[in-house]
Design a protein around this ligand. Structure first.
Ligand code: SAM
Ligand code: SF4
Length: 331
């Protein structure tokens, strides 16, 4: 690769991109009501789904442009039979320092050993309730017990940075805050309470279930007067711990706050589109280049073009439209 392509990816508003989220499938084994309809159709067809070799090429080119962090997501990434191999390939690239994935955990019992062998650094585990019936209602699948057992396995695993993703919804799971906070007592995890976002085939967004981060904070303060503030990362806007707890609690105000000024990521969809902004609907298509033996430089140029198109403020950019499902781009 030429030296010209080795400089970092910086957009028009001087933000550096060093993080890529790759959706390795848009298929899912759950049907979370805030994410997809029961009839959700896969975005990628067998033909358009990125192959392992193509994902490895994408990671190689992005690493040469200064990307150091890769997260595999979906859909449900553990549905990919080669997910551990993908993690291993990412770890082989010395420029990539952190490899993580975001999962609903349902298949973790059969994939965790291989992921550990492959060197996975971080796992975000999504679980919105600790009640079997509610889990069935939220995900439309009766899989609570298996998921919960897998969570316990993960919590017992050392050397993986674990985050629990909990989308808090009014009168659905908002009464479970303290049950989730209990996990932070003995485990050095980050518990992330996330705001619902309007990417849900318009199903529950309009039903009054939205709970703002401010409201979540009020509920937390009411339960825990001794909450101690930590300095959060860009998206973990509010970060806390409790005396004697090993883990931390973060609030992710994804809807009510705007993180655009600190945005350092791009996303790749399972059918090979570069999405430079969460709110960008179309993206730029990598497949024609990947499937015509185009040079790495041609891929570099497309990534640069995508990053140049990153809007200053995606949420309020007129050219962007609301998505129907987060599973299209992996959250
Ligand atoms: N299937 C995996 C999982 O659930 O972890 C990875 C993909 S999922 C799209 C990634 C994250 O997005 C999950 O934590 C999920 O809860 C979150 N998510 C999906 N739709 C959402 C919505 N409408 N609002 C807020 N978070 C959402
Ligand atoms: Fe599947 Fe994750 Fe969407 Fe739930 S949030 S339906 S587990 S992709």
């Amino acid at each position: 690769m030429s030296t010209a392509s080795r400089s970092s990816l910086v957009d028009t508003f001087h933000r550096s991109v060093d993080y890529v989220r790759i959706a390795v499938t848009s298929q899912c084994n759950l049907r979370c009501s805030y994410c997809m309809s029961e009839a959700h159709e896969e975005r990628a067809t067998a033909l358009s789904l990125l192959s392992k070799v193509e994902i490895v090429t994408i990671m190689k080119v992005l690493a040469s442009l200064g990307v150091t962090k890769v997260r595999f997501t979906g859909g449900e990434p553990l549905l990919r039979k080669d997910i551990a191999e993908l993690v291993g390939e990412a770890k082989k690239n010395s420029a990539i320092t952190t490899v993580g994935l975001t999962t609903n955990g349902l298949l973790l019992d059969r994939t965790l050993p291989a992921l550990i062998d492959a060197g996975i650094d971080a796992i975000n585990f999504s679980i919105d309730t600790l009640d079997r019936q509610k889990y069935h209602t939220i995900t439309r699948r009766d899989e609570y017990h298996r998921v919960r057992e897998n969570l316990d396995k993960l919590l017992d695993t050392e050397h993986i940075a674990v985050k629990l993703n909990v989308v808090l919804m009014r009168d659905i799971n908002s009464d479970e805050i303290s049950r989730f906070v209990d996990f932070t007592r003995d485990h050095a995890i980050t518990l992330r309470f996330m705001e619902l976002q309007p990417f849900d085939d318009n199903q529950i967004w309009r039903t009054g279930r939205f709970l703002s981060a401010d409201k979540i904070q009020e509920l937390l303060n009411a339960h825990y007067p001794d909450l101690q503030t930590l300095t959060g990362s860009a998206t973990e806007y509010f970060s806390y711990t409790l005396p004697g707890h090993k883990g931390s609690i973060a609030l992710i105000p994804a809807f009510t706050r705007n993180f655009c000024s600190k945005c350092n990521k791009i996303r790749i969809t399972s059918d090979g589109k570069i999405i430079s902004c969460l709110y960008d609907k179309k993206g730029l298509d990598l497949l024609p280049l990947l499937r015509s033996n185009a040079s790495d430089q041609a891929l570099v140029n497309l990534f640069r073009k995508a990053v140049e198109q990153k809007p200053e403020d995606g949420k309020h950019s007129a050219r962007n439209a609301v998505r129907t499902s987060m599973s299209e781009i992996g959250g």
